[in-house]
Write a protein that binds this ligand. Structure first.
Ligand code: NAD
Length: 245
């Protein structure tokens, strides 16, 4: 239970959902975790994990705010003396068919899901380069590969993350840093909670393991790619979807 002992991890969007699952599992495995999230709920999440022995803090941070992300990265470094792992998990949906999509819905999804990953990686990478070690794991999606009705903005952002990851991997590998992505399938979080029951049942029908994924399922995939032992895996997209794709 100490695969990340002594390591420092930033988890964006760690206040709830998959990100919260990642924080719980990383803390169980000995990491010191910093949550970057726009939700004040992040404070309670950090408190409940530290109540059971986790070393975790919350820093209210909007990944789409470049200047603030830079400050947050410097603070994390000043506090811990290093940053080993960046989990680029923060993400939103603003679903609408393309013809009806508002400019704001396109901009918000690209700014948070894709430019947010640029901002966080840009801010953290200099510290990883300096220490010649780092693990960057970013949240793509099955819908970034397959597309989905009403998600031109979301699918574009999640496909962009795959390209970003593969290109970054080629640049940073020589510095002891890896960049990988996880493409979750259908995971039970607030992001999927509003789906009608019929759609959920249909989704389960199409998932060979016959269930929806959990944040914990995703957290163990993140743990693997964030571990030292995954050092020869670089530029990979791990499809974690119960066999749906
Ligand atoms: P969620 O909505 O439960 O949690 C997302 C978190 O990101 C929230 O805590 C939210 O406050 C935070 N966030 C949103 N905007 C932010 C910003 N600007 N700065 C910092 N934090 C911000 O979602 P989830 O289901 O846990 O999804 C996590 C990631 O996994 C997302 O990137 C999502 O696209 C991806 N994903 C989820 C599923 C799924 O089925 N749930 C499937 C594929 C991919």
């Amino acid at each position: 239970m100490d695969r990340l002992a002594g390591q420092v991890a930033i988890v964006t969007g760690g206040a709830k959902g998959i990100g919260q699952g990642v924080c719980e599992v990383f803390c169980k495995h000995g990491a010191s975790v910093i949550i970057w999230d726009v939700l004040d709920e992040g404070k309670q999440t950090a408190q409940s994990i530290s109540d059971v022995g986790g070393n975790i803090s919350f820093r209210k941070t909007d990944v789409s705010n470049r200047e603030d992300v830079k400050k947050a990265a410097q603070e994390a470094f000043d506090q811990h003396g290093k940053i080993d792992i960046l989990i680029n998990n923060a993400g939103i949906i603003r679903d609408r068919s393309f013809m009806k999509m508002e400019d704001e819905e396109w901009d918000a999804v690209i700014n948070i899901n894709l430019t947010g990953i640029y901002n966080a990686t840009k801010a953290v990478l200099p510290f990883m380069r300096e220490q010649k070690y780092g693990r960057i794991v970013s949240a793509s999606s099955i819908n970034g590969v397959l597309g989905a009705f009403g998600q031109t903005n979301y699918a574009a952002s999640k496909a962009g993350i795959i390209g970003f990851t593969k290109a970054l991997a080629k640049e940073v590998g020589k510095h002891g840093i890896t960049a990988n992505a996880i493409a979750p399938g259908f995971i039970e979080t607030d992001m999927t909670a509003s789906m009608p029951q019929g759609v959920v049942q249909m989704a389960i029908h199409n998932i060979p393991v016959k269930r929806i994924g959990t944040p914990e399922d995703m957290a163990y995939a993140y743990l693997f790619l964030a571990s030292k032992e995954a050092g020869f895996i670089n530029g990979h997209v791990l499809h974690a979807n119960g066999g749906q794709f």
